[in-house]
Design a protein around this ligand. Sequence first.
Ligand code: KIV
Length: 334
Amino acid sequence: MYITRSLARSCTSLPRSTRPSLVAAMPFLSAFQQSRHSSHSPMGTPPTNPRKKVTIGTLRSMHRRGEPITMITAHDFPSAHVADAAGMDMVLVGDSLAMVALGMEDTSEIILEEMLLHCRSVARATKAAFTVGDLPMGSYEIAPQQALETAIRFVKEGRMQGIKLEGGKEMAQTIEKITTAGIPVLGHVGLTPQRQNALGGFRVQGKTSLGAMKVLEDALAVQEAGCFAIVLEAVPAEVAAIITQKLSIPTIGIGAGNGCSGQVLVQVDMTGNFPPGRFLPKFVKKYGDVWGESLKAIESYRDEVKSRQYPAPEHTYPIPKEELEVFCAISKKL
Ligand code: KIV
């Protein structure tokens, strides 16, 4: 409707001349022009000085030097792109995506194929960081063979460089099977959200001497089985620091204090990409207000569309005056 009205306005000032060649030229945009003028392009110009690829070797030498390892979750192409651009050492496609990106009740609902879809989109954007995909509940616990098959799918179809799985001693054989096949495994002990029903909810682990010993024994077992690093989740800081000292591989803490070899956070949480009032675990620091910024931007867009301030002339494409004259003349005859 608006196009018709503005076209009518443009046409009134034009003389009556026709040029049938215009009709032949109507499929006017070549594939190249279409892609140049589309907003659906992935990343824009690549940086001139790209970061060196982070490998297992890089992570090991960071650990040797005592340099903290940074890790963040990404669940899709844009969130991986920004994490990589910000210089993260590792990007994790965590199964937290079930809750924070797909709106599921808990992580047990997500299936392997859904994880793989998100892994692929993250892999396409992550040029430097080391990528790790989280094996979802049900895809690895039955037998080491099942776990290896799933891990291979994460590498071949998900395009991940390593995998993460939850569990301690009881997963040692499984971890050994996967690492022996040449797939790096990131362990995950302490609070293991996939087992929340057995743990009685999202509870801090290792709060008693016995509990702390169990976390240490689990960490030692998965190290022995071949993990290149271990996520320590929701463990008292002092316990996590002692466990870190006892291990020869890095610990990546989440709710486990500053004595770990590195840290991981869920990106949606730490960027503040959620509405006010949502529950946030104690250990999360909110570094931004992405939800608030997006809300403001979308509200402004809504207001400007309603008031016809957007799009302004600078957001439109020009047409040569004579071409417009011809078009107006032809369209009047229709
Ligand atoms: O699923 C996830 O995002 C995770 C991290 C919180 C470690 O497992």
